[in-house]
Ligand binder design. Sequence first.
Ligand code: C2E
Ligand code: MG
Ligand code: MG
Ligand code: MG
Length: 286
Amino acid sequence: VSKRDGKMRCTWFKDEFDRSLEAMRDLDNELRAALLNEEFRVHYQPLVDARTHRVVAVESLLRWQRPDGRDVGPNVFIPVAEESGLINAIGLWVLRRACTDALPWGIQLSINISAAQLRNPEFPFQLGQVLEETGFPPERLELEITETCLVLDPVVAERSLDLVRGLGVDVVLDDFGTGYASIGFLRQFRFEKLKLDRSLVVDSAVDESLRAMMLSSISMARALKMRVTAEGVETEAQAAMVRSAGCDHIQGWLFFAPMPADDIPQHLAPALLEKDTAKAEPGRKV
Ligand code: C2E
Ligand code: MG
Ligand code: MG
Ligand code: MG
């Protein structure tokens, strides 16, 4: 490799780097505009009781449709908003929207929170304000966080979580089984709930040793008095498996896909009224 090649390669990397930085800046500007122009929507995905299949909660999931009609998924735009700090404004908007929408539903509401939000010292106070403004009962609210929130800055995270809990809001560890959340972690942060990631659910339906791991995670969670939700359940076989494994709640396309707020109430009324028939009712497929 000659010096000249090396230099060319450096230039090439620099160009690539500049291009991706530019792309990120463009996307960030579009997101800023999206917030002002109200292009965001919040959809809700019901969680059902593993035994009765009754809807017990909803998770809010952010949606963005660009002016050109193209949908962009949160896995694409949230990381960009996190990088720029815009997630703080977007997250606050989601909190207000979701607490307003879910107020009349009478069930638990679960909202995803980014590491950057948890690190923002204003966050717990903003949360308190939203609860007051909307009248949403704190005991019906849960915040879903991922372990990256905690790994990055455990001291700050713990302080924020203490303040959040002081408001009466529960904390849920999301995407469990994808990273390295340890027993020490679970002990330190004392989450009220654990959500088993879809990959763990899918893989343990076909792999015995993973299933054993999932079972021990669930019994560990139980020992720590945590409730457990299985995420991304798409088949009857997966539902049967996570139910017999002792999961309390199930979330996934087998029962419900995420939907606009207006579509939620129709799924609540029969479940709340027909206590006995609910048991025999199979999950509604979407
Ligand atoms: P998550 O919190 O783990 O949410 C679950 C994801 O799984 C959602 O993807 C949901 O639509 C999808 N899902 C639900 N059931 C099934 C199923 O049966 N099969 C499959 N294959 N997928 C299923 P989505 O809506 O694309 O959201 C992706 C991630 O973006 C979320 O993962 C969450 O980490 C993040 N996110 C979404 N909304 C927000 C938000 O308002 N704020 C923050 N900070 N993050 C958000
Ligand atoms: Mg979540
Ligand atoms: Mg999740
Ligand atoms: Mg997940």
